[in-house]
Design a protein around this ligand. Structure first.
Ligand SMILES: [Zn+2]
Length: 267
């Protein structure tokens, strides 16, 4: 197939796709959409990898989401074994989520940071990029500030460290700091109905943007509130071009090239 789009982040292995997953994967193939299927714990990481075995246009990412930090044991050996496979192209999603903290917040943050550190080591060991989830406390950039500090420190010892900041909700300053560390930022179909991301989408160099859907979540304007799917990556790419005032085809090919570079995909 000729790949025209890459959805850098979906959860096609989730049960929301139990009924029509096969049909969707075929539709992706027909429309030239490749995708990275992202795990949030060990079961869904294995599920993501399993999907890649029968579909040449699917790749997997394996990791333990920060919202599961402290709830599920991080089985390093199991993740390392998965990460060694060529179709596992990234480590994550991992990161910091300060949005939903309750109880002892300081302690929870510490648990998340330790878990992130383990993913950094895994990514460096496997020489694969990170897929990072980072969500600050409402109205702040706290999780981004901590993330930038952690990545800076890690980068000093591991210059090959790289990756994508999924569903980027930070500001221009945070995007600059992350790009300087060789991280891309990716946007979802939320940009089709929320205007909060326009400034950052215009300011980031095109080379550092990826397109994603985060399906089954975050459906575009035309299907708002419904289950999302990776086909919506087309809406995301078109909207990024519109917001930036650039040619859709130029943006499409640039974003495709970016995802190939970050995930070292063939083509
Ligand atoms: Zn996700």
């Amino acid at each position: 197939m000729t790949v025209r789009y890459i959805d850098a982040h979906s959860h096609l292995q989730f049960e929301q796709f139990a009924e029509d997953r096969g049909a969707l994967i075929e539709q992706m193939r027909v429309q030239g959409i490749a995708g990275v299927v992202v795990g949030v714990d060990l079961i869904t990481s294995r599920g993501a990898f399993a999907l890649t075995e029968d579909a040449e246009h699917l790749y997997a990412s394996v990791g333990l989401h920060p919202n599961h930090a402290g709830l599920e044991y991080f089985d390093e050996a199991a993740y390392r074994a998965l990460a060694a496979h060529p179709k596992v192209v990234a480590i994550g999603e991992c990161g910091l989520d300060f949005f939903r903290l309750d109880g002892d917040k300081l302690e929870q943050k510490q648990v998340q940071k330790e878990l992130l550190q383990k993913h950094i080591e895994l990514a460096v060991g496997a020489n694969k990029p990170l897929i990072i989830h980072c969500r600050p406390t409402k109205g702040t950039t706290d999780a981004y500030q901590d993330l930038i500090e952690i990545l800076k420190e890690a980068k000093a010892t591991h210059p090959t460290l790289r990756g994508d900041i999924h569903f980027f909700v930070g500001g221009v300053e945070e995007s600059k700091a992350l790009i300087a560390l060789n991280f891309t930022v990716s946007f979802t179909a939320v940009i089709t109905f929320a205007r909060d991301y326009d400034d950052v989408i215009r300011s980031v160099p095109l080379k550092y943007i990826l397109s994603e859907t985060d399906a089954p979540y975050l459906a575009p304007l035309t299907r708002r509130g419904e289950r999302n799917d990776p086909i919506a990556v087309i809406d995301v790419v078109e909207k990024i071009a519109e917001i930036r005032g650039e040619n859709t085809e130029t943006v499409r090919t640039a974003l495709l090239e970016n995802a190939r570079r970050v995930f070292a995909l063939p083509g």
